[in-house]
Design a protein. Sequence first.
Length: 126
Amino acid sequence: MSNSYAIVATGGKQFRVRTSQVINVELLPVEKGKDVELSPVLMIADGEEVIIGTPAIEGAKVIATCIEQGKCRKIIVFRYKNKVRERRKTGHRQPYTRLLIKEIVKPGGKVTKKTAKAKAASGGDN
């Protein structure tokens, strides 16, 4: 099994992703079943070869498919002030987009080895 992965930034957070991995990211404006390009890609590691961006790698991208748009579990926000009978209870459900990572593309359009094998096994582009 190859140790290829990428570190990508989206929604103010950084994610370490591999092909065929499912991740939840901040809400993206994409429809269910559509592809989305995640960039900037900060780092790509493919076995012994490591490419580190300064701060991002030009021409690199991660292609993912939107599986679902949803909301996380509710969190309770309780504000309280001592001695003045002030209490406020509210809830919040953070929206998210669930993505399936399809491929990691290096600069120059080269697909990582693991991705090429997975792509060949699935019968090419779908």
